[in-house]
Design a protein around this ligand. Structure first.
Ligand SMILES: CC(C)(COP(=O)(O)OP(=O)(O)OC[C@H]1O[C@@H](n2cnc3c(N)ncnc32)[C@H](O)[C@@H]1OP(=O)(O)O)[C@@H](O)C(=O)NCCC(=O)NCCS
Length: 186
């Protein structure tokens, strides 16, 4: 099956942030995102550092965000990695959909612990969704997050996503929230 499109831009700029593709200097930041117990609390727990290193060696750090719609969130002044953002397609085989065929756009975000509490995930998501709304036809966008992940649910609500449904996946209750892509147009 041909993959449905997502945001095609390789760079998106906002006031404080640059969404860009990964490069070699992001390695330590990416390792932290996968190994920090607080960051990974609702993402299946921290991964062993050696596994993450092996993974980055195998794919190459610069290829970690090679998929369309996948970005490093960097500080626009220093270029330091603050997190990652993905606007991907939610596979029809997984639970949690709002259309019959599935494959909806799905937004996900991860920030380093030191970058929480400054509105940076909100800013990154807003600019990515705005760019996607300028490029793609109107359609639903999903955020799916563990129901226990209050920060993520608060962010989704602030972005304008509305509660859709709950279901079980990965042994935990997930909450699906949804918004129309066109609502993010500038
Ligand atoms: C989910 C996650 C990205 C949210 O990060 P966040 O910093 O709380 O989110 P926001 O960017 O919306 O920032 C909101 C906070 O910044 C504060 N803030 C400060 N300056 C701000 C500004 N200029 N604009 C907006 N908010 C601002 C807000 O008051 C709010 O603080 P509060 O939560 O203490 O009330 C982060 O907790 C995370 O990385 N979690 C682990 C990964 C994860 O579980 N991801 C979900 C998978 S989809």
């Amino acid at each position: 099956m041909t993959r449905l499109p997502t945001l095609s831009a390789t760079e998106v700029l906002s006031d404080r942030l640059l969404l860009r593709k990964a490069h070699g200097a992001d390695r330590e930041g990416l390792i932290e995102l996968f190994t920090d117990p607080e960051v990974r609390a609702y993402l299946g727990g921290p991964r062993p550092r050696s596994d993450v290193e092996q993974y980055l060696d195998a794919v190459g750090t610069a290829n970690a965000t090679s998929k369309p719609g996948s970005y490093v969130i960097a500080d626009s002044a220093t270029d330091r990695l603050l997190g990652t953002l993905m606007l991907d397609r939610r596979s029809a085989e997984r639970p949690g959909h709002v259309t019959e065929d599935g494959e909806e756009l799905e937004l996900s975000y991860v920030l380093r612990r030191s970058a929480w509490g400054a509105g940076l995930a909100f800013e990154a998501a807003t600019v990515a969704l705005r760019a996607a709304a300028d490029e793609l036809p109107d359609q639903p966008v999903l955020v799916v997050t563990q129901t226990a992940n209050e920060r993520s649910l608060k962010l989704a609500a602030r972005l304008g996503f509305r509660h859709g449904s709950t279901f079980e996946e990965f042994g935990a209750e997930q909450t699906l929230a949804t918004a129309r892509l066109s609502s993010f147009k500038a």
